[in-house]
Structure formats: structure tokens, C-alpha cells
Design a protein around this ligand. Structure first.
Ligand code: GDP
Ligand code: MN
Length: 377
């Protein structure tokens, strides 16, 4: 789960990580009021679950409450990477002298926490990683022992020569690791980690992603959830026993079993198209699940054809076929549907489907090719 910068700031503060004073606003008038309270140069920042807000015009430096109001009215309702801005953070501006990067992630390769630091923070860190990977310093942490102060110092020396700054940065690295572990984050980063002209260190952009599987023990964080429209659909699907992830292609997939769903997506890519989604309807063949699955797919305007790929094991193919027929009689679907059903009671299923105008195929590969072909360019 992603949380906003202003929410991450609160978590940071509770771990003693320095964050400039600020408050969140949903209207330009509120932003003006906050600016009046805070006084001095400020930054108005879009609160959306996306990076690169600065480049998109979603971060504006202002000097007066009037300017803050004006900036907020420009940023609110802005579209950043397909996300609409509903909130802005109004925060004290920093007199930035240096921008570094500090980040913790769970590293899949080593299956351990990984800390990364770079003196080249501020700008797109992915670009630094791509163009000049030597500028990013990595250290894999043994989760049993945690991060030791001398290890944090060694990392901080990669950022600064000045021993005062090294000590401050090492302290923040340790505190950030503590926060990262305590909230079960999958990512916790500061970019940029700032040194101001008076030699102080600050967090200018806090980011935390929480491991969804750990949310059950973080009710306070769960309450911070601010879902995008796409995420709302995914949560709704989950509540109906479906595993659904929206993707950007045009072939809608309805599959039973996560492994088969992955294989189906791979095949669609192999034959030159893109899946519109991952969708696992699970082991049951209940018509209601099929109706719910189809409802989700037809609400996605990108979908041009639907591919059912069902393997009947314990699930009987004739049950699924009946489910599909029943579902289609309830819904008004114009999209072409390709069905591959194999396994238990396959023949019966084919007979049921032969009475419909659905396209039946006998292999996965054929199904993938067919659904791509009829989806068109
Ligand atoms: P991002 O683009 O979504 O990563 O948003 P950031 O919060 O990192 O802001 C982008 C950039 O705006 C930073 O790298 C800074 O250069 C600049 N910026 C943000 N806050 C301040 C500030 O308080 N003072 C100054 N001078 N620049 C800022
Ligand atoms: Mn940033």
C-alpha cells in the first residue's frame, strides 16, 4: 500500500527524523490559511501516489500566502501520471545546498533489507541507477542483527566529507531503518535528503510503501489508505473472492489459478499483444464469480476481447460452461469471447458452449492467438 508524503512525514517524525513543518490542504483557501500560520518561504506539493511530481509541475516554491493559494489552485485537480491531485502539502521551504538519496527496500535477490545511498539525490534516482550506477552505494542488511552504527557511518561517508554531516546522516540512516522495520515497509526513502546552507539536515521528500500482507497488524496505517480508482476496483474484486490486477493491454483474461493466469499473460505477450489484467477467479465455478469477473472486465474501456482459460481439475468444466452461459444471459456483452476449457467433463462443456456463439478453442496457444486476432490492431 502506498501512502502520501504528508502521511509518511508523520511516521518519520515519530521516529525522530527531521521533517519541515507543514499541513495538508484540499482547497486553495485552506492552503492560504496554512501558509499564514507557517510564515516565510513555502513549498506547495501535490499529494499523489507517484514520483516525479517536481518535473510534472506539482511542486511549487512560494513566498506569500497569496502565492500559496494560487499555487494550490493550479496543483489541485492537476493530472500527474494519470492520477488526479486532491490534496496538497503546504510546508516550510528549505534553503537547499545539497541533495542526497537514502532508501531502504526489501531486496528480492538476497531476500534481505537493502539500504542504498547516493550523493546524487534529488533528481530521478532511477536515471542515476541507469546512467551512473557507480554513484549508488548498496549494503545488504542481515535482518537478524539489524543495521549497526558503524555500518550506517560507512554509508554516510559516501555522502559527505564533513564529519558533522556524516554523523547526522548516519543517525538518520539508523532511524530510517528502525521505521522501515517497525511499519513493515517494502520501501522507505528520502529523496532528496537535504543539507541547508546553515549546515542542517532535513527530509525534503518522504516516501513509504507498506507491505500489504502486514497491514493486519497496522490498523493506524491501514486508515491512511487513499485508493485510486484502479485500486478501488482491485479491492472490490478481492472482497468478491477474485484476485484482480489491472494492466494496460486490451486482452481481458479470466483464468482459474494464479499460475495459469501468469502463463496466460505470458502467452498473450509472446504472440505480440498485452493483457488487460491479471484475473484469477479461483477454484470455484460459481456463475456469480463469472458475472463479477466479466463486470470488472467490461468496465475497462481498453478491453477489446476476452479470453477464458480454464483448467478443470476439481472444478468441472461443464459447471464453468453453465456459469459462463448463465453469466452472459445476465449481462449485455458486445465483446468477443474466446474460451478454452480443458479437463474434467470437457466434452459436456463443449456441447453446452456449442449452443452459443462463443468461440471455443482447444489449446491455450490457440486461445491466445485467437483473442489477439479478433481484438484487432
Ligand atoms: P518529486 O519530484 O515527486 O520527487 O518531489 P520532491 O519533493 O522531491 O521535489 C522535487 C524537487 O523540488 C526537489 O528535488 C527539490 O529540488 C525541489 N524542492 C522541493 N522542496 C524544496 C524546498 O523546500 N526548497 C527548495 N529550494 N527546493 C525544493
Ligand atoms: Mn523526490
Amino acid at each position: 500500500m502506498k501512502i502520501h508524503e504528508y502521511q509518511a512525514n508523520e511516521i518519520f517524525k515519530s521516529f525522530g527524523i527531521p521533517v519541515p513543518d507543514g499541513k495538508v490542504a484540499t482547497t486553495p483557501e485552506q492552503a492560504e490559511k496554512i501558509a499564514n500560520e507557517l510564515d516565510g518561504p513555502l513549498v506547495v506539493k501535490a499529494q499523489v501516489h507517484a514520483g516525479g511530481r517536481g518535473k510534472a509541475g506539482g511542486v511549487k516554491l512560494v513566498k506569500t500566502p497569496e502565492e500559496a493559494k494560487d499555487a494550490a489552485s493550479k496543483i489541485l485537480s492537476m493530472d500527474i501520471k494519470g492520477l488526479i491531485v486532491n490534496k496538497v502539502l503546504v510546508t516550510k521551504a528549505l534553503d537547499i545546498k545539497d541533495e542526497a538519496y537514502i532508501g531502504f527496500i526489501v531486496d528480492r535477490r538476497s531476500k534481505k533489507p537493502l539500504v542504498m545511498v547516493s550523493a546524487s539525490g534529488g533528481i530521478d534516482i532511477e536515471e542515476v541507477a541507469r546512467e551512473t550506477p557507480e554513484k549508488i552505494h548498496r549494503f545488504i542488511i542481515d535482518p537478524l542483527y539489524g543495521l549497526f552504527p558503524h555500518q550506517a557511518s560507512e554509508l554516510a561517508f559516501k555522502l559527505y566529507d564533513d564529519i558533522k554531516l556524516v554523523r547526522k546522516a548516519a543517525d538518520i540512516i539508523l532511524k530510517l531503518y528502525k521505521a522501515f522495520i517497525a511499519v513493515d515497509a517494502s520501501l522507505a526513502e528520502i529523496n532528496p535528503f537535504v543539507v541547508t546552507s546553515d549546515g542542517e539536515t532535513w527530509t525534503s521528500d518522504a516516501k513509504i510503501n507498506i507491505d500489504d500482507n502486514a497491514l493486519a497488524r497496522h490498523h493506524d496505517i491501514e486508515k491512511m489508505r487513499d485508493s485510486t480508482e484502479a485500486e478501488k476496483k482491485e479491492l472490490d474484486a478481492k472482497s468478491k473472492g477474485l484476485s484482480y490486477i489491472k494492466l494496460n493491454g486490451k486482452i481481458g483474461c479470466v483464468v482459474n489459478g494464479a499460475g495459469l493466469a501468469m502463463a496466460t499473460m505470458d502467452l498473450i505477450k509472446k504472440y505480440g499483444s498485452e493483457p488487460a489484467n491479471f484475473l484469477d477467479i479461483g477454484g470455484s465455478s460459481s456463475p456469480l464469480k463469472v458475472v463479477n469477473a466479466l463486470n470488472i472486465l467490461i468496465s475497462d474501456k481498453n478491453v477489446k476481447s476476452i479470453f477464458f482459460n480454464i483448467f478443470g481439475g476439481i472444478t468441472r468444466c461443464d459447471d464453468v460452461a453453465n456459469g459462463i452461459v448463465e453469466a452472459l444471459s445476465k449481462l449485455n456483452i458486445d465483446l468477443p469471447i474466446v474460451i478454452r476449457l480443458t479437463g474434467t467433463n470437457e466434452e459436456k462443456a463443449k456441447e453446452i458452449l456449442s449452443r452459443t456463439d462463443l468461440i471455443t478453442v482447444s489449446s491455450m496457444a490457440e486461445g491466445a492467438r485467437k483473442s489477439i486476432e479478433i481484438a484487432g490492431k
